[in-house]
Design a protein around this ligand. Structure first.
Ligand SMILES: [Ca+2]
Ligand SMILES: [Ca+2]
Ligand SMILES: [Ca+2]
Length: 512
């Protein structure tokens, strides 16, 4: 029985993950506020709502006819699919004319003719077709542009259209994901949104057009702001200060405006071509510019990338027969697949995939101190000042700190250089042997270097000069433990907010 219940719960969770969530509804009653955010142009006599067969339509008879175009920009939470549903009302004497719906690169159109099925609209008996439209698209941008229009050629008292019961539903990204392509948390938790541009308005700071300081022009297509560029134009920016990452996603939307002749849009990242899209003369409908048809193309590129800056170049070539056409850009995003917290370079999102730690951090599996031992010098000397020293005297050269007492002490070292040299004067006694070990790190592998010296002849001291390389200059915390016969130095490092002490130096005086 218990097993049975467990299976039921699992099925329930799997189904719940795929559930559509409604994030926008409009035009299902007669609330005039429902038109908020909708941009309508060329509506007959400025009419927005009409009543037909007892229900209120957005548009309709005497409202949306010849040249009427409606559009809206939707801001969306992180999602990977969306579904748009609405009821379309085709009204009156359409003469094999079409309605067009453009939801970015999703396009729908349908032709209608005049039928003899009558409803009452605004005191008139009028023929109409009522149809449910629903479509699902793969979409993960934070905004959606939605456009509806027709190619009707008579005014809205003779042929018209309207919509009602409009809704947008999404399949939301797993909780904790800011960007995703499916509902698997493991595929998305590491993405961070680094840059989001040109969704609602256009800012062109730092973007350079055609290698000079010319700022690109801002234009509108329907109600949407775009950066307007001509054939052969180039738009470029070096984007700096990227967070530590190993993968990058670049998204943008190209608006092909009017008739091109198979020129190529090219997206380059760090001077490498990542996308080539052919700009054709064809399109869905004439919505802006001159008579040529428009087309909207969403581009999304994922690439391995770990440098702290990237150069984005967008350009097209130009076929001399193309005149009076241009291209627009909007909805530009950069997402970065981030390294694990505290990691400066990585091969993947996991702690174990970190290749360079930030200061104070270590690799989770192979505790590697951020202070890397880089050079060691061991000298036997006859120290004339030997009597003035304790058995193990420590000097931290760059910070000019000297430890001349024995026992266990914690030391904060503020160094402004990338080297810290730990110098240990170890007193050497006849018939004793000095053993030493130092911890070093080469990428992910730890090495222990061991040395052994016999105390002989006139030599009464051994000086260890150990140079450590600091990855990032910051305060280091050391624990130093000395006695007559040993010197131990540990560095305090943090993993996952937990502190570890890592032994970086050990000198032992032992009997032969
Ligand atoms: Ca007609
Ligand atoms: Ca007509
Ligand atoms: Ca056009």
């Amino acid at each position: 029985m218990k097993v049975y219940l467990f299976i039921l719960v699992l099925i329930y969770i799997a189904m719940a993950q795929e559930q559509w969530e409604t994030i926008y509804t409009s035009f299902n009653g007669n609330n005039p506020n429902d038109a908020e955010g909708w941009i309508v142009s060329n509506n007959y006599q400025g009419n927005l709502f009409t009543k037909c067969n007892g229900v209120t339509l957005f548009g309709g008879y005497y409202a949306f006819g010849k040249d009427a175009i409606v559009s809206k920009l939707f801001k969306l939470p992180p999602h990977y699919q969306l579904k748009i549903t609405f009821q379309f009302w085709k009204i009156d004497s359409w003469d094999n004319e079409s309605v067009y719906l453009i939801a970015e690169d999703y396009k729908w159109s349908q032709d209608y003719i005049y039928y003899k099925e009558a409803y009452q609209c605004e005191l008139q008996i009028i023929e109409m077709v009522i149809q449910w439209i629903a479509f699902v698209i793969n979409h993960n941008s934070e905004s959606l542009t939605f456009i509806m229009t027709t190619n009707l050629n008579e005014q809205a008292n003779l042929e018209s259209w309207g919509i009602r019961d409009f809704s947008i539903q999404i399949l939301r990204c797993p909780q904790g994901c800011l960007y995703c392509q499916d509902n698997d948390y493991n595929n998305c938790y590491y993405w961070i949104g680094f840059l989001s541009l040109w969704h609602e308005s256009i800012e062109v700071d730092g973007w350079i057009k055609n290698n000079n300081n010319m700022q690109p022009t801002i234009d509108k297509c329907v109600s949407f702001d775009i950066i307007k560029l001509a054939p052969n134009d180039k738009l470029e920016k070096i984007i700096e200060n990227l967070n530590a990452h190993y993968k990058m996603q670049v998204q943008l939307q190209i608006w092909k405006i009017d008739s091109w002749h198979n020129e190529m849009f090219i997206l380059e990242i760090d001077d490498q071509i990542y996308n080539q899209t052919i700009l054709e003369s064809t399109g869905i409908y004439n919505i802006c510019g001159s008579n040529g048809l428009e087309n909207i193309i969403n581009i999304a590129i994922t690439l391995p990338h770990s440098l702290s800056k990237c150069k984005i170049t967008m350009r097209t070539n130009h076929n001399s027969i193309t005149t009076n056409a241009y291209w627009g850009i909007r909805a530009f995003n950069i997402y970065l697949a981030k390294c694990f917290k505290g990691c400066d370079q990585c091969l993947g999102p996991l702690k174990t995939e970190c290749t360079v730690c930030s200061s104070g951090w270590v690799f989770y599996n192979n505790l590697s101190p951020p202070m890397l031992f880089s050079q060691i010098q061991i000298t036997q000397i006859k120290d004339l000042k030997s009597d003035e020293r304790i058995s193990m005297e420590i000097n931290l050269l760059e910070v000019d700190q000297k430890i001349i007492s024995q026992g266990n002490i914690t030391l904060l070292v503020n160094n402004n250089q990338q080297i810290l040299t730990i110098q240990v004067y170890a007193k050497c006694i006849q018939n004793k042997i000095i053993k030493s070990q130092f911890l070093s790190n080469k990428l992910q592998d730890l090495y222990q270097y061991q040395f052994q010296q016999n105390c002989q002849g006139n030599f009464n001291s051994i000086i260890y000069n150990v140079k450590y390389q600091l990855r990032i200059i910051s305060e280091q915390q050391l624990i130093i433990n000395t006695s007559d016969t040993y010197c131990l130095i540990y560095q305090i490092v943090e993993v996952d907010d937990e502190k570890f002490s890592v032994k970086i130096l050990e000198i032992l005086l032992e009997d032969v």
